[in-house]
Design a protein around this ligand. Structure first.
Ligand SMILES: Cc1cc2nc3c(=O)[nH]c(=O)nc-3n(C[C@H](O)[C@H](O)[C@H](O)COP(=O)(O)OP(=O)(O)OC[C@H]3O[C@@H](n4cnc5c(N)ncnc54)[C@H](O)[C@@H]3O)c2cc1C
Length: 177
């Protein structure tokens, strides 16, 4: 029951992922790493998403929660303008002229219905958090939300898979013994 209720109470949230593409990663030349966070802004997070060469320059923008829902109400041209405006404010005038702009609103994706990092509203972890990693009989739980490190990200998913596999192998060896 606790595991089932935990599942029911940890939904995905509203997330936009946006890639703004430039000829080069001009921010690197300015001595900036490209990472920024501004909670509640139309560009909540920015992350340098280029390869080592910095060509092309790709700035990944992740906008989450209520800011993502507000962004979703704008039309495409307005959205692009406010997001690029945020980048200009943080990284200067060169950010105003991307060569292309790609966006994905995960909240309206038919099979996803929301984006990464399931969140636990108040009381959920207190009441049901103990069920995150506890096996239910022979069922062992992997999944990024069960990871103590990088919960919600690929890194956490891989760690949780390794932990669950180790649990299963240990349980198996107990049976074999
Ligand atoms: C929009 C979005 C953007 C993201 N961006 C990033 C990013 O930039 N960097 C990053 O590190 N992480 C990112 N993530 C997070 C990352 O993708 C997840 O943390 C990771 O994929 C979770 O892995 P998982 O194995 O826990 O679960 P999942 O990848 O969700 O795997 C669960 C699998 O179980 C299957 N399944 C479900 N129910 C059943 C069933 N009853 N029977 C059989 N199979 C079933 C599903 O089909 C799915 O294949 C993003 C996620 C989203 C949604």
């Amino acid at each position: 029951v606790d595991r089932m209720f935990l599942h029911q109470r940890m939904p995905g949230g509203a997330v936009f992922k946006i890639s703004v593409v430039y000829d080069t990663a001009f921010w690197r030349a300015d001595g900036l790493c490209g990472q920024s966070a501004a909670p509640g802004s139309p560009a909540t997070l920015t992350i340098d998403a280029c390869t080592d060469t910095g060509v092309p320059g790709i700035m990944c923008v992740i906008t989450e929660g209520s800011a993502a829902r507000r962004l979703g109400r704008l039309d495409a041209a307005e959205r692009r303008a406010v997001v690029i405006g945020e980048l200009v404010e943080r990284f200067g005038a060169k950010a105003a002229s991307p060569v292309s702009y790609h966006e994905q609103n995960w909240a309206v994706e038919r099979y996803s219905g929301g984006g990464m990092i399931s969140h636990a509203p108040p009381g959920v972890l207190t009441e049901f958090g103990h069920a995150l990693r506890t096996p239910c009989g022979r069922i062992h739980w992997a999944g990024t939300e069960s990871s103590a490190i990088m919960c919600g990200w690929i890194d956490g998913a891989v760690r949780s898979g390794e932990r669950a596999a180790a649990e299963v192998m240990a349980a198996d060896s107990v049976v074999a013994a």
